[in-house]
Design a protein around this ligand. Sequence first.
Ligand code: ATP
Length: 285
Amino acid sequence: MNVNVIEVKGLKKSYGQVHAVRGVDLSIPAGEIFALLGPNGAGKTTTVEILEGFRGRDAGEISILGFDPQTQGYAARQWRDRIGIVLQSAADAGDLTVIETVKHFSGYYSKPRNIDEVMNAVGLEDKSGALIRNLSGGQRRRLDVALGIIGSPELLFLDEPTTGFDPEARRAFWALIEQLRGTGTTILLTTHYLDEAEALADRVAVINNGLIVEVSTPAELGGRATAQAVVTWRDGSQIKTEATDNPTAVVARLSAHFGGEIPELAVIRPSLEDIYLTMIGGRDE
Ligand code: ATP
């Protein structure tokens, strides 16, 4: 069995004249945390909602846990039982308490997680009796995540899970995802935060204007791992620069030349942000 949990070939979707997804391919094996990273309007939500079975498509082949989300028919219920979904904006259930909502959702699944464990994992144990409408934005998002994982999904979709979080809540959420990594859950998350993709994902697909620009590990994105370093230093009144594959050797040479400390030494590599902005800027139409 070498079937990927997610297999997508040639996915296309337009809304009238807007070509939101223009030919996307994805292969995501079991246990991987995969990020779809792109700016607003890139096609991330359209792509994941098609994979979740919530939107139709114009073209392409899709297999999610071995099923086509559009045509699985009688298998729909068993299929949904294996999937967890955190939508961009969750359904409103303002008059229920947190714990009532989590319990209610757990009833939909054949092997739900322990409710207390889930409440602890998302950091809502102190809010279990609170009405949903009284939660802060970040707390509501954590509740969304609780509802996404309550069914022990094999595959979890997270659409921009930390949008609107403060930095502390984002860190807590990242820790939660790390915990899920340990359970072997396959996760497809969308984000427009580069640092989030870097912190969480085994692999990242950068999507822009409905097309995947590149798929790689965060460390290798845009050729970053092999990009040349630029060494700069001061020599008398001049700032000197040297691009090199071997900055250590350059620094050793300069150190010998200056007899120790190199004036105003800096070794610079393109940051992930530089690379990402070039990738998404270069494809804009
Ligand atoms: P964001 O980060 O802002 O959520 P996204 O990458 O998720 O963006 P999508 O929501 O997939 O992007 O949108 C892709 C394009 O399709 C955008 O130009 C958007 O305006 C358009 N679009 C999305 N949904 C619809 C819809 N239901 N009807 C018409 N156009 C849509």
